[in-house]
Design a protein around this ligand. Structure first.
Ligand code: TXA
Ligand code: MG
Length: 354
């Protein structure tokens, strides 16, 4: 049986949180909101609970989890020999959507790390997440609370749809703030490597570290990494059931943007008679009116925060709206644009470059 607890995101009911924390301590699974996406949480020191997380999500067991802590003290329970850079980044970005790869402490079972000697750790900024960890008194291992391969959940109802009856508690606190997952950086290597672009632009992390961060092809969503350095990246992610075509360009300014929307309009014509859906920016959406398609406006190209925030919701909408084909526009790979392109490329079944 799954208990759904609806709470206020900024001032959550204390009793509800105590109840959920008790479930975590007892080895149960609690889906909870973070500022990025919803997570499916388990006590990191409880092997059986961790195995249930994989089972429930139908997640490959070599795809490690992110460990959530509420303090630097708790960080010390899951990581060892923490480098200076970690504290520098933590003091600037925590609590918040930055995940660091560190050496695991002996206490962390391999079930949480996919067999690796390293752990991925972050301190979430969502009041519900922070309070839940504090009350549980243990670090909480939590992947995104979706079925493996599906878009990450940004609303309680997404979690209910994917995991109802499979987990013990779902805490529903409405829509999350960023709508995309945390940025993951491996600072154990030199130069540091971006493993996943996320809610914090990698450029901001570079500014604080004072060094360039290597951005491998797989972080751009381009090639599948086989190495253990980026576990999880080789699995297909975020994909709607509907085929998704991503249209990319070398530039997204002025005339180039106009060419992009013309290419999308041309593609729409190719699928005449089929139900076509377009994931559009505000700037280009008028190019698709009158073409007999469903248009989802993600947000403005001048505010990629908005685009990133609505992306996973849009990917779920593509299936719900009964689209037979979906077409998405690309974005420049700067700032949050890199995060958006990583997700879109992983979700796409076909890419077109104009
Ligand atoms: O924003 C987020 O990060 C959300 C919320 C719930 O915190 N969590 C999340 O978890 O996105 P998940 O499981 O969907 O993604 C975790 C990814 C793995 O796929 C893997 O790529 C990486 O983190 N990861 C975890 N442990 C790692 C490790 N030891 N070394 C390298 N990558 C690791
Ligand atoms: Mg995930």
């Amino acid at each position: 049986m799954t208990i759904i607890l609806r709470v206020d995101p900024t001032n959550p009911d204390e009793e509800a949180l105590s109840r959920a924390a008790e479930v975590i301590r007892g080895g149960g699974l609690v889906a909870f909101p973070t500022e990025t996406v919803y997570g499916l949480g388990a006590n990191v020191f409880d092997r059986r609970a961790l195995m249930r997380v994989y089972e429930v999500k139908q997640r490959p067991v070599d795809n490690p989890l992110i460990i959530h802590v509420d303090s630097l003290e708790m960080l010390g329970e899951v990581a060892r020999d923490i480098p200076e850079e970690a504290f520098k980044l933590a003091s600037r970005f925590w609590p918040g959507p930055l995940t660091l790869i560190l050496l695991k402490s002996e206490r962390v079972p391999y079930e949480a790390t996919g067999g690796l000697e390293t752990v991925a750790v972050r301190m979430p900024a969502h009041p519900v997440a922070l309070k839940l960890i504090s009350r549980a008194g243990v670090p909480i291992a939590a992947p995104s609370a979706n079925l493996s391969g599906r878009p990450s959940p940004t609303r309680g109802e997404h979690v209910v749809r994917d995991l109802y009856s499979k987990v013990d508690v779902i805490i529903d606190a409405g829509e999350t703030l960023y709508g995309v997952e945390s940025t993951i950086v491996n600072i154990l290597v030199k130069p540091p490597v971006l493993l996943r672009p996320g809610a914090y632009p990698v450029e901001e992390v570079e500014r604080v570290l004072g060094v360039r961060i290597h951005v491998p092809e797989f972080a751009r969503g381009l090639s599948e990494a086989e190495s253990a350095m980026a576990p999880g990246t080789r699995y297909r992610h975020y994909a709607p059931n509907t085929p998704l075509i991503l249209v990319e360009a070398g530039s997204y300014e002025g005339e180039a943007l106009k060419r992009l929307s013309m290419e999308v309009a041309r593609l729409i014509g190719e699928f005449k008679g089929r139900r076509v859906c377009v994931l559009s920016s505000r700037e280009t959406s008028s190019a698709y009116t009158g073409l007999g398609v469903e248009v989802f406006v993600l947000g403005s190209r001048d505010n990629l925060f908005e685009v990133a925030r609505s992306l996973f919701n849009a990917l779920r909408w593509v299936d719900d709206a009964g689209c037979e084909v979906a077409i998405a526009e690309g974005y420049p790979e700067r700032g949050l644009g890199l995060t958006i392109m990583n997700r879109l490329r992983k979700a796409a079944s076909r890419r077109i470059f104009i």
